[in-house]
Design a protein around this ligand. Structure first.
Ligand SMILES: NC(=O)C1=CN([C@@H]2O[C@H](COP(=O)(O)OP(=O)(O)OC[C@H]3O[C@@H](n4cnc5c(N)ncnc54)[C@H](O)[C@@H]3O)[C@@H](O)[C@H]2O)C=CC1
Ligand SMILES: N[C@@H](CCC(=O)N[C@@H](CSC=O)C(=O)NCC(=O)O)C(=O)O
Ligand SMILES: [Zn+2]
Ligand SMILES: [Zn+2]
Length: 380
């Protein structure tokens, strides 16, 4: 029976307030309005950014909300005027939109899109500044324009990447965030070249994807830094050539790396979200040309600092969102790369669970034992 045009009642994990476990409850999901798409989410993974917002560190965090932004699913219905996807299409919801017509999209300089960001930042849909989620009449906010911890979600059409239906949704859900972010930080933002020396701070999913991207780019040395030594063996499988635990050294990590590399690395990446680590990452870069890319998301109120002399003497500080990939255009290309075995995806999945187990999955994420945990919400 078609659900098009109807309110759907389905299960979702509601974050009623910060720092509290999620609650699996029935929610009402309104039909998509003009320019919107309702998606049946089949699989979602958890990213550190979901934990960051749930823990109350996100200045944009709004409660109650439905978190989740690394997922895949099938279009259930589309609103008026939506032509690029239709019911039955396999899709990846993208927290970074791509409208292809705003100042950002047309600039050729960035993957950021300005079309819906003002609405997604306050948990609403653009057309009427309302939420499509409710619980017995009470508004539940959207998150990152995706809200994938729900059996059904509504997103802006500019935030939907249509992908090859031959790709397994339980794997390619990971292409909604962490893997593209790490690969793209190397390929699009830093543009690491053959023979370069690289340092990666933080060897979770994002850091490992940086390692994978750096190896593919032909980096000579890939130094993996983490305070958890249990991360090191696996990191070597992703391309890390040397490991460094800051706790094993009296000197600041940046000094250790500068000594190891005859003056510093060509590129460094922060994949921790810790502002002190971001400073180390900048300062371990080579004088004159070293570039450091901030990927990690820092908690509300945190600020970065260094001596301006570090920049005067040629180091460059950059940041990246979704690895600089244009979502609707390039996520389908990443799916094809996965199908051709040109990029890893399965290797980042350490756990598989059901939506009901989501709080256990967050505990695993916090424990450091988990790279990506994929939750199955429904079967095809
Ligand atoms: N800019 C963007 O578009 C995106 C940013 N992120 C952010 O990237 C960061 C990494 O995400 P995940 O890999 O999912 O997280 P994760 O929690 O799996 O990995 C973080 C790693 O950093 C290590 N670490 C923590 N403190 C450290 C320190 N002081 N020195 C060295 N290593 C340290 C941890 O042991 C862990 O291995 C998070 O801040 C996340 O919010 C994630 C996706 C997209
Ligand atoms: N809401 C936070 C910032 C969170 C943030 O930086 N998000 C990243 C993606 S993290 C994915 O796991 C991002 O793409 N930012 C760009 C954007 O447009 O949101 C805050 O207010 O500081
Ligand atoms: Zn993420
Ligand atoms: Zn745009």
């Amino acid at each position: 029976m078609s659900t098009e045009g109807q309110v759907i009642t389905c299960k979702a994990a509601i974050a009623w307030e910060a720092k509290k476990p999620l609650s699996i409850e029935d929610v009402q999901v309104a039909p998509p309005q003009a320019g919107e798409v309702r998606i049946k989410i089949t699989h979602t993974a958890l990213c550190h950014t979901d934990a960051y917002t749930l823990d109350g560190h996100d200045p944009e965090g709004l409660f109650p909300c439905i978190l989740g932004h690394e997922a895949a699913g099938i279009v259930e219905s589309v609103g008026e005027g939506v032509t690029e996807v239709k019911a039955g299409d396999h899709v990846i919801p993208c927290y970074q939109a791509e409208c292809k017509e705003c100042k950002f999209c047309l600039s050729g300089k960035t993957n950021l899109c300005g079309k819906v960001r003002s609405a997604t930042g306050v948990g609403l849909m653009l057309s009427d500044r309302k939420s499509r989620f409710s619980k017995d009449g009470k508004v539940i906010y959207h998150f990152m324009g995706t809200s994938t911890f729900s059996e059904y979600t509504v997103v802006h059409a500019v935030s939907v990447a249509k992908v090859n239906p031959a790709a397994p949704l339980d794997k390619i859900c990971l292409l909604g965030c962490g893997i593209p972010t790490g690969l793209g930080a190397v390929w699009n933002t830093a543009k690491v070249e053959k023979g370069a020396n690289v340092a990666i701070f933080g060897l979770g999913t994002v850091g490992l994807a940086v390692a994978e991207g750096a190896k593919a780019a032909g980096a000579a040395r890939i130094i993996g830094v983490d305070i958890d030594p249990s991360k090191f063996d696996r990191a070597k499988d992703f391309g890390v050539t040397e490991t460094l635990n800051p706790k094993d050294h009296k000197k600041p990590t940046q000094e250790v790396i500068v000594e190891m590399t005859d003056g510093g690395v060509d590129y460094s990446f922060d994949c921790t979200g810790n502002v002190h680590v971001m400073r180390s990452a900048l300062e371990c870069c080579h004088k004159g040309w070293g570039t450091s890319v901030i990927i990690g998301v820092a908690a509300s109120g945190q600020e970065i600092s260094t001596r301006p002399f570090q920049l005067v003497t040629g180091r460059v500080w950059k940041g990246t969102a979704f690895g600089g990939f244009k979502s609707r255009s390039q996520v389908p290309e990443l799916v094809e790369k996965y199908l051709k075995k040109e990029i890893k995806v399965d290797e980042y999945i350490t756990h598989n669970m059901k939506l009901d187990d989501i709080n256990e999955a967050f505990d695993l994420l916090h424990s450091g034992k988990c790279l990506r945990c994929v939750l199955q919400l429904s079967s095809l």
